[in-house]
Write a protein that binds this ligand. Structure first.
Ligand SMILES: Nc1ccn([C@@H]2O[C@H](COP(=O)(O)OP(=O)(O)OP(=O)(O)O)[C@@H](O)[C@H]2O)c(=O)n1
Length: 427
């Protein structure tokens, strides 16, 4: 476990703190006087020993002042979120968001109305969690007004001030609570935050589909999201954002996480989603529409839901037929899912039958991964040459010949197929 000294050292040594863009922004906005500071995810992640992510900064200067200074210094500045006081500065291809300190004035639960401020503690207090209210100054010292470092070290995702009030400012914070718990939490989520999240959960209904899906994807991308998902289910929050996953085997996710680790599968949030919803095309479609998944995400989900499960006993030739007529990616998803489930089962019940099934599924997966569909050697032109009129009938003949070719293990060549066409279809 990281201790305080190691955490502070992580910051002093952080490579991002020395990057030209970060130095340029510190210089532009009087970093030596503490008027601009790195904040948010990058600081949190660095303390926890995983210094990845974009560098976001906060500053006492108004967006106009930031723009004016950037222009004078020849730094590219784009007003990317001017309503929220955000200007993006670009130096040597690195984009850094600089947001003016804020004080909240009014809120409707989704969008806080903000006034610019110059008080760092005030800015810290209007953020969501203590672990996100950490600032790094130009010289690498830490400003931690709300004891966020200790909460990082204790793996405690702790709302700032009154949890309910923080949530009412932005209901997305309910999902962020579970996201940060998934990544950094240990034990149980903090009781006060959990209670407030459960009580105010109806508020997530008012969030845009895009924000919910983006956040859900981040939860599903955590090294092990299973505990967070279980708490979301216990509090009834999962039922609101993902009703399909409510009664379905949440246990599957354990098998997936284990298989990812043991078989070095890449973490794939959509695959994890697949594992916790039932394989029903109508449900998959409804989910994709409700959460506004991208076309490729929706396509993958629906195709997976429609694919026929492939039993371990399936013969090689039957598998080839599945692969030829079906969707390779969906079949692979199906195989991976079943494999992960069987491997999990084997941990409780070491029996030969299970081992044999797992071995067979491994082989099916190898085959499916290597699969390139053979090309059917016949086309419409070949039948026209035999005197068949183009049209529906020709389509039927071609389909029948193709089916025969597949059934025969893709072996019959063009001549054999043409002979069959003459004998059976053109007599
Ligand atoms: N609903 C929100 C969203 C963000 N923030 C604050 O804005 C910072 C930046 O937000 P964002 O970039 O969305 O998230 P990060 O915490 O930086 O995490 P990541 O970059 O890993 O998504 C957060 O750290 C937090 O201080 C907040 O208080 N409430």
């Amino acid at each position: 476990m990281t201790d305080l000294n190691a955490a502070l050292e992580n910051i002093q040594r952080a490579a991002w703190l020395k990057r030209p863009a970060v130095r340029a922004v510190f210089e532009l906005l009087d970093g030596d006087q503490g008027h601009v500071r790195a904040v948010g995810g990058i600081v949190r992640n660095t303390i926890l020993g995983d210094p990845g992510g974009d560098v976001d900064m906060a500053s006492i200067f108004t967006p106009d002042e930031v723009m004016a200074r950037a222009e004078k210094a020849g730094i590219k500045a784009v007003p990317t979120g001017i309503d929220h006081g955000t200007v993006t500065l670009v130096v040597e291809d690195e984009a850094i968001e600089v947001t003016t300190l804020r004080q909240d004035v009014k809120t409707d639960g989704r969008h806080a109305e903000v006034a610019f401020g110059t008080d760092w503690e005030e800015d810290a207090k209007r953020r969501d969690f203590t672990v996100n209210a950490l600032y790094v100054l130009a010289d690498g010292t830490l400003y931690d007004p709300l004891n966020g470092v200790q909460d990082c070290l204790d793996r405690n995702v702790h709302f700032i001030g009154d949890a309910a009030a923080r949530i009412e400012e932005d209901y997305l914070r309910i999902l962020r609570f579970f996201r940060f718990f998934a990544y950094y939490g240990s034990g149980r989520p903090e009781a006060g935050g959990l209670k407030a999240a459960a009580k105010l959960k109806a508020g997530v209904r008012g969030l845009s589909a895009e924000r919910v899906w983006t956040e859900l994807k981040k939860i599903l991308s955590a090294p092990d999201p299973s505990r967070a998902l279980l708490w979301m289910r216990t509090t009834g929050i999962l039922a609101l954002v993902l009703p399909e996953g409510e009664k379905w085997g949440m246990d599957a996710i354990h098998g997936i996480v284990a298989a990812e680790e043991e078989l070095e599968w890449e973490i794939d949030p959509l695959f994890r989603l697949i594992s916790i919803i039932p394989p029903q095309a109508d449900k998959a479609k409804a989910l994709a529409e409700r959460l506004k998944l991208s076309n490729s995400e929706a396509d993958r989900l629906v195709k997976w839901a429609m694919v026929t499960p492939i039993a371990p006993e399936t013969s090689n030739s039957a598998l080839e037929q599945f692969l030829y007529w079906g969707d390779q990616a969906a079949i692979l998803d199906r195989l991976r899912l079943d494999l992960a489930a069987l491997r999990q089962k084997l941990k409780q019940d070491q029996n030969m039958d299970l081992m044999a099934k797992i071995g067979a599924l491994h082989q099916h997966m190898e085959k499916a991964l290597d699969w390139t569909a053979p090309v059917f050697p016949l086309g419409g032109k070949d039948l026209i040459a035999l005197g068949v009129e183009p049209g529906e009938e020709m389509g039927k003949i071609l389909k029948a010949l193709e089916q025969h070719w597949v059934d025969e293990g893709f072996q019959p060549g063009k001549d054999v197929l043409l002979a069959k066409a003459k004998a059976e279809h053109l007599a």
